[in-house]
Structure formats: structure tokens, C-alpha cells
Design a protein. Sequence first.
Length: 828
Amino acid sequence: MKGLLLIFFTLSTSLASQVGSLAERAPIKLLTEVQEFMQEGRYDRAEKQLKSASLSDPHVLRLLVELTQREGRRDEAQSYSRRLLSLYQSGQLNTSEDIGQAAYAAWQLSLWQDANRIFIEAAQVQPVSVSLFVDWGNLYLKKYNAAEAELIFRDGIQAMGQPTSEFFRWGVDAAYVGLAQALKGQFRPGATAALAKALDLNPNNLQAYAFNTSLAIEDKNWQEAQEWIEKGLKKNKLFLPLLELECAYEYFRGEVQAFEKLQQRVLKINPNDGDLFETLGDLANRKRLLEEAAEFYREALQRNPRQESARASLGIALLRLGKEEEGKRILEVAYANDPFNIWTVNTLRLLDSFDRFVRFETPHFRMKLHEKEAVALKPYVAELAERSLKTLEQKYNHQVSGKYVFEMYPDHEDFAVRTMGLPGLGALGATFGRIVAMDSPSARPRGEFHWGSTLWHELAHVVTLSLSNGKVPRWFTEGISMMEERQAGEGWGDYLNVGFVQAYKDDLLLPLKDLNSGFERPESGQALTIAYFQAGWICEFLVSGYGFESIAAMLEAFGQGLSTEEVFQQVLGASVEEIDGQFRQKMEETLKPLLSKLEAPEHFSLVHLFPGGVGQEGEGEAGLETDLDTLLQAWQAAPENYFLNLRLGTQLKTAGRQQEAIPYLEKALEILPTQAARGSPYDILTQIYEETGQVDKLVEVRQRWWRAAPLFPENAHRIASLLSDRDQPQEAAKYLEEVMYVDPLQPETHQKLGDLYLQFSETEKAVREYTVFLSLSPVDGAAAHYRLAQALFESGDRQGARNHVLLSLEIAPAYPEAQKLLLKLVRQ
């Protein structure tokens, strides 16, 4: 059965099981009636009915646990839980459903291992009910193991039908609500569909109402949130999760008096309601309001000192605020009390790994780089971080206060731990609180990751979040970052490609009013990519139509707590819908002429022409051979078709007809010059010019390719080599300098760049490059020390030069160049 491979719940010594008589049962009719009372908010009536029933019935005890917990009567809830668990220990429970109630009791007593073990036992007793899986999945959600919870909920949905002879706490609709929560917890698509299914099965499922309310609050969709709250409270005016969310609704709308009034109403029901403040903290966290989140988590712990999930979240929030010592101390307490919370475990492991990181400071950052790559990365990371922040602060006329923590992770899984719980993150970098975290170059394959562009993107977030007091909508801050990284360097960022044009054609662009959901709850990885593109283009459209000053003014307006509609009206003088219409008109003007050029040609499928995928690496490589005459006939009917030009050029080149191929490939570039993956027209043209020895053409097309996509280090190396052959060392050095933002961990790049710097007397830069070269454990250590010694000598550092020339001779005593340099040092 899926869902039984457990990561953090190891089996403990089992509770002693004794054979005894079966528990006395309460009538199903009574239990059903009680459940209806609870659904309607008649909790006092429900409790009275239960107390008149047998306290040996596991369902009676379980429902009493729920009712007493709801009002914060912890001692009573614990007593009922112990009594229920004792029924299991004495062998009085034998059905899957009854044993599941004992697992629930163990959970409420914080006996996590025992709870999980009893759930496993219950799942092996047939028939198994959906209700069992709902409780079990919720346990895993509580431990932040959404992936395992998803499997359990799916098992529940597939479970055999529930026998009518027993009472069940939950139906299939509850399993769909749990599935929605698990999917959202992993930032995977499908949560909305699962919620819709739950409500289709049971229109009165109040947990679904609460979850929909939470989603609407996250999106600042206040009208929708209000509708869910009102509909839910009409069914049960005392349903605590909805009352808690109503508090959140008023708080995040800035309605202080309404919030305080509702808060008192909730606390009157349960003075120890830590869930209220944990809910507020979770929502503040998702909105990147970490200071507020931390305060809410503290309040949750004051109300309920045993609310370990709030303690763990507090520790993580403090870490993200740069308060590492306090955050770690709190997490250690959380782990001691609950060692099965995945977020706690993984975060503490990450903190332990920081012992292997090198820490240093720059004027605006406290930086952490892994020890295995710190020497190599430090000069480039420090310089670019300071330069980008200074540039952006000046551009937005806003000074960011204090220092930020900047972290680079060579293991993407460590980066994922650092950003867990934040929606839509996890690709390459993330900014939250006082932390900027991102993958290091070694976390990604060569030629796929421009870390310099990612860093600039993240530091744009630092400025926009600071300027807006953290209240900027996700789509707007991401759009600004997309825009800024494209302006940071030639070819940086993402540009128009086949995929985005196809998305436009297929009407996959979201309405502007819904764009935030494209980041918070994307339906797929492709949908998230489209949302990034769209947001960036919208920001560029606003700059072109309303001036750059409108962007900064909008950020300030968001910082004042205004809604998106209010910001648009105040700054742009137009509604969100009107701006969306203007943007779509601009998109049509830009993209419509491309649509016919990027369609699959008649009688051909793109899969046939490009088996590796359109817009993917290797798109132009030969796949299924097509007769050249057939391709030419198709081209004559559609000479502006991008795919036919690319395919014809590729196939002619493969046939040895290089010169004939060139015009078709150039035509493809004319149509879409930003399509620049390996296998693109640029790539095929460079192969042709290499094979035919057309050096001038080769340099020109390689330079065009690099300007379009400065990603592939071998391209820049080849350009540098060709320019060096032309005795242009300064021009050659520029290309190798740009390689450092893509592939800075290859020793030969630093050696070549150091050699070039010495040619035009940039001795300090040469020292930097040779120092990095040496740190990367080059094969020829003697030569590496000699090169550094030579650069130090020419820069005037005689002692440094002497130290390294001696190290060179220690490795290779007969090294003639080192001997000559040592002699020169001795004589001077």
C-alpha cells in the first residue's frame, strides 16, 4: 500500500496489547445525531448527548476529545484521549475504524510514533474506511510531510466503500480536502480541483469553506474571502476555523477594530486558542510579513505552550529575519518536544551544515559561501551583489536599511529547505525577510544557470520589498525583477521564445486580476514560467506607457496598504481591467505577426521536424529525416516559417551543403533572434563556419549568439581564443569575465583570464584570477604557484611573489621559469 514508506516516523516499541472484551457501543443513530449537531454549531447539545452515552465507545470518546479541545479544555481532552487509548491497549478495539480512533488519541497525546504505528495496524484490518486515511493524512500534514500525506489521502479516496454498519467521522469529501491541502503544501497543481470535488460530494463541508477562504485571503481576493466566510458561518456560526480566518480577513485588510472585536469573540470560545495566532502567523509568513508572523507565533505559544508547530514556525521565521542564534535555539526546543516535524528536522540539519560555510561581510551583506567554492566565488559574488544593490537603490531612489544575509548553496536540496513553506519558490533563488538565498553554480548543470542574472533578480526583490514594506503583490515584484535582470546585462534574463508565443496563441495568459494566483498556485511548471514572462512584460509595458516613475509610485502605494485596484487607479488613473486590456492590445501588436511564422507547417508536425522538442536544447538536431525536395516545396509555400527555415538549414548542413544552409538559418534568426538554445540557428551556423574555416563569420555569429544567450561557456571560450589570435587580449578578456557569471568553477578559465590580464598589465586582476585558479586544485600546482608569483611580482608584492615561487619550486625543483623568477627576486 502506498503511504507506508515512512521517512521520519520510525517504529517504536509497541504498546502492550492485551486481549479483552469488546468495547461497549453507542447507537449509530446517536453518533450521527451528535455529528449533525457539531456540523450545525450546536456544540453544547452535542457534548450533552455524548456524555449520556457509553464512555467505552471509541467514537464517543473521540468526539469528546474534539469538543473539549475546541474550547481549550486540555486536561479533559487529555483524559478522554488516555481513556480511548486504554481501550486499544486492553484489546477492546478490533475493527479498522475503531483502531483508527486509538491512533487519533495517541496523536492528541503527542505520542507520534505510536499514533503512526497504530494507523498502520488499522490499515491492515479489512475493511478499511476512508475516515481512517483522513485522520492519518492529517497527522502527516501536521508534521509538514505533505508528500506522504498526499499518498495517504489518495489511498483513502481509493479505499473500499464504508460499511453502513459502522459510524464514520469523515467521508470521501474530507479526503479530497486533505488532498487539496497536501498538494498546496507541495506547491503542486490540483488543489483547486480537489476542493471543487469535495464540495461537489458534500456542499456542506466546512473545512473546504475554510480552505477556500484561506486561499482567497492569500490572494487578497477580499470579496471571495468574504463570500466563503458568510456562506460557511450561515451553516455554522460557531465554526472555529472560519471564525479564525474571519479575524485574519479583517487583519490583513487593515481593519484593526473589526479584527480586535472578532479576536475577542474567538478567545471567548477558547481562551487558549493558539490556532488563531498560528493561522495569522502562517498567512503573514506566506505574504512575506515575517516580523508580524514571528509575533503571531509568539502569541500562539503564549496561549498554548504545547503548540510545537507554532514554535517550529517561529524558529524558521526568526532565521529568515537573520536572527540565527535565537532561531536555532527555538528550533532545538521544538525538536526536543516534537522530533517528527520535517521542517524542524531539515532546518536544524541545514544549520549544522553552516559549519562548512565561509562567512564574510561586505558593506551591505553578511555572506555565506560553501568552503569548497568560497575562494572561487567570493570576488565575483561580493562585487556583483554590491554593484547590483547600489544600482537598484539609485534607480528607485530608496536606501535599503541594515545588512542582508546572502547565502549560496551548492546542493539545491539545502536551498529547498531554506525556502520551504514559501509558495512558488524553489527554482533558482529566493528573497524573504532579511535573507537572499540561491543556488550556487555547482548546483546546476553547466550551460543552464546564469547565476549573475539570478542574483540581480533577487536583489531587485530586496529593493521592491523594502520600498513596499513587504506588501507588494507577488506578480508585481516578480515582474519588476524580470525586467531589471534583462536590463542588468546583455542577454541576461529570459526573452521571447517559442514557448511564450505558443502560450499566447493558446490563450494561456492569465487575466491581470488573477496573475498572482499564477505564482501562488500555478497549475503546472509551464504555467509558472508563463506567469513570470507575463509579469515581466506587463512591467515593461507600464514603463513604456506610464514612465518608470509609475513603478516606484506603485510600490510606495502598495506599501501604504492599498489594494491592487486602488493602486492602479491612484497611480495610473485606470482600472486593473483597463490596463489589462491595453497590455493585451500591445501583446497582439507584438506577437500576432509571429503567430503564422511559428505555426506547424502544413503536412508536417513539429514532433516530426523536431523530435527533441521545440525550443528545447538540441531543437535543430536531425531527427526523422525528411526528403529535401519535400522540405523545399513546403518552404516555398511558407518561406517565413521559422521551423521550416531551421529544419532546412539543419538538414542541408548535415548533407554537406553548408553554403546553401546559411540563408535559411539566417532567416530563422531574423524571425526569432532570441531563440538561442543549443541546436538553435546560432549553433548550426557556428558549426558551418567552423567546418568551412570562415573565421570572420565565425567570430561574428558566435558574438551574436553570446549576446542573445550568455549561457554556454564553450562559446565564450572560443570567442576569446579567436580574439586572442587576432591580438585583441582586452576584448578577449571581456568574454571570459562574463563566463564568471555562468561557469566560475573551471580552473582553466581563471588561468586564461589571468594570462590575458598580464598581457595588458592588469596585474591586480591577474592576481585575483591566479588566486582563484590555485584554489580550484589545478593539475599542475607548480605552474599555478608560478603564475601567481609572477602576477604578485609585477604588482609589487615581492614577499607574496617569493612565497609562491618557493611553493612552485617545492613541487617542481627544476621548474626553469620559477628558478628565473626566484633569481630575479634575490637580486633585486
